[in-house]
Design a protein around this ligand. Structure first.
Ligand SMILES: [Fe+2]
Length: 214
């Protein structure tokens, strides 16, 4: 049975599935079962909930939404696409994140290395046979090394937070959408239509010069 839950504040629908027969079973064709709490008993992100971090998170998204323009993303992709900063192992990369706290996350204030290990271990517990998924959990946030001086020490708004396309209208389901009104692209005719610089059905592989936020 499928239950549709309306979330009017964000304008999105979450499709909730019944728990699979086996808790270890990965449902690849119909989406995942959506639990109410994560593996550590905490609720999932709620960007509208009152919390000590809420104001900081909202400030983060305001700056993020103002500055993530099509030209900015293009410049960053060209610069970092050279891969000329540092060479290191995955584990060295994980250790580099030890001092990093993600300001965009309303309910996570542990160092990132703990977040990586907790994610990987929680996935291993729930899906013990899917080793590729354990590894994915471990490395899923390694891009945050861009906050580190070795990789250019980019500001938080240019590294963390949710992902969305630029070069087309900002969808209203994007968290704290109201702050896009101050983005230079918001009223730019080339970037503010539904498909913007893209064509319908172009797909992520043909996303050139298409851009997701940096
Ligand atoms: Fe993460």
């Amino acid at each position: 049975m499928t239950i549709l839950i309306e979330q009017p504040e964000l304008g999105i629908e979450v499709e909730e599935k019944k728990i699979p027969n086996s808790e270890n079973e990965l449902v690849l064709d119909g989406g995942f079962w959506v639990p109410e709490t994560n593996s550590f008993g905490n609720n999932f992100r709620d960007y509208d909930a009152e919390s000590l971090r809420q104001q900081g998170v909202e400030d983060f998204y305001r700056i993020n939404h103002i500055n993530q323009t099509f030209d900015f993303v293009k410049r960053m992709r060209e610069g970092y696409g050279k891969l000329d900063k540092v060479e290191m192992s995955i584990w060295e990369c994980c250790e580099l994140l030890n001092d990093v706290v993600d300001e965009s996350d309303p309910d996570l204030d542990e160092p990132q290395i703990e977040h990586l290990l907790q994610t990987a271990e929680a996935i291993r517990r729930d899906y013990p046979n899917e080793d590729w998924l354990h590894l994915t959990g471990l490395i899923h946030d390694l891009g945050k090394v861009l906050l580190h001086p070795s990789f250019g020490e980019l500001p938080q708004w240019a590294v963390v937070g949710d992902t969305f396309p630029v070069g087309c209208a900002f969808d209203e389901s994007i968290v704290h959408h109201k702050y896009f009104k101050e983005n230079l692209n918001y009223n730019n005719a080339a970037y503010s239509t539904k498909f913007g610089v893209y064509s319908e059905g172009c797909g992520l592989n043909n996303y050139f010069p298409a851009k997701l936020r940096w």
